[in-house]
Design a protein around this ligand. Structure first.
Ligand SMILES: Cc1cc2nc3c(=O)[nH]c(=O)nc-3n(C[C@H](O)[C@H](O)[C@H](O)COP(=O)(O)OP(=O)(O)OC[C@H]3O[C@@H](n4cnc5c(N)ncnc54)[C@H](O)[C@@H]3O)c2cc1C
Length: 235
């Protein structure tokens, strides 16, 4: 019998520390045992018995040898409220991921903006990356510029709507830091791939926070798989 029993995950997390950005666990299908059964059906060995230490070793073996398909029978659905620029990175994950998003054509875009609590500098050596402010950034001026851009763009959006302009055109003036919301469903294989790439020092800070939140919600549901994946240190 395994020592690592699934526990109840928290229902909702707030990755960016404001009340808008959130990741909620909506539903899940399957468990570590399903992964084992999917693998063992190859030789008629699937069963209803509780997970054993042999099963746990099998999960490690499957991950190590990149036998990916047994990890595709489990599904996890999150409701993700994230800045549009984070969502643009999430939608790049095409395989084993389903998404439905709020439509700015149907509904008026809510007044929800992500505002960084601290602005970062451009990294000197990596053109994609950022580094923490060493004190040389004028945080106040950066916050003021951010706020005035937001006031101008959301004000223009409201003005366009009140002039009778259609929502699908008016939204064009809104910034990438506005929150959008989606249901995302991953299978375990695609979730591990996503977390491996996005809960990583090379990924954007804000996207890392979302990947970590998803992991925090998913790990208690598939504890053996996450433990085996961590042990591999290949992600
Ligand atoms: C730190 C970081 C920086 C990035 N920077 C940029 C950037 O500057 N510009 C940019 O455009 N993107 C960028 N990306 C996005 C990146 O190129 C991938 O699109 C994204 O990470 C999704 O990864 P993926 O294709 O492996 O995932 P998925 O789309 O989920 O695919 C999963 C796997 O399926 C296979 N697969 C999927 N589609 C194909 C296919 N068409 N042909 C063959 N095999 C396939 C591959 O093995 C792939 O790894 C960045 C990603 C990261 C993590």
């Amino acid at each position: 019998m395994t020592q690592t029993e699934p526990s109840t995950p928290p229902a909702v997390l707030f990755p960016l520390g404001d009340p808008f950005g959130s990741v909620a666990l909506v539903q899940h299908v399957g468990d570590d045992k399903m992964i084992v059964n999917a693998a063992r059906v190859s030789f008629g060995g699937d069963n209803d018995a509780p997970l054993t230490s042999r099963d746990e070793k099998l999960i490690g073996y499957l991950l190590k040898n990149q036998h990916g398909s047994p990890f595709e029978h489990n599904l996890i659905t999150f409701k993700v409220v994230c800045p549009i620029f984070v969502d643009r990175q999430m939608v790049r994950h095409r395989v084993g991921v389903s998404k439905n998003e709020v439509s700015g054509r149907y509904v008026e875009v809510q007044e929800r903006l992500y505002t960084p609590t601290s602005f970062r500098r451009q990294a000197p050596s990596n053109r994609q990356a950022s580094v923490q402010d060493d004190g040389s950034l004028d945080q106040q001026a950066a916050a003021a510029a951010w706020e005035s851009a937001w006031q101008a763009s959301y004000g223009a959006y409201q003005q366009l709507l009140s002039l009778g302009v259609t929502r699908e055109q008016a939204r064009g003036v809104l910034p990438q830091a506005m929150y959008t919301e989606s249901y995302y469903t991953f299978n375990v294989r695609s979730l591990l791939h996503f977390i491996g790439l996005r809960d990583h020092a090379g990924a954007q800070y804000e996207t890392q926070q979302y990947a970590r939140a998803m992991r925090q919600l998913a790990e208690p549901l598939f504890p053996v798989t996450f433990a085996a994946w961590d042990a591999l240190e290949q992600h």
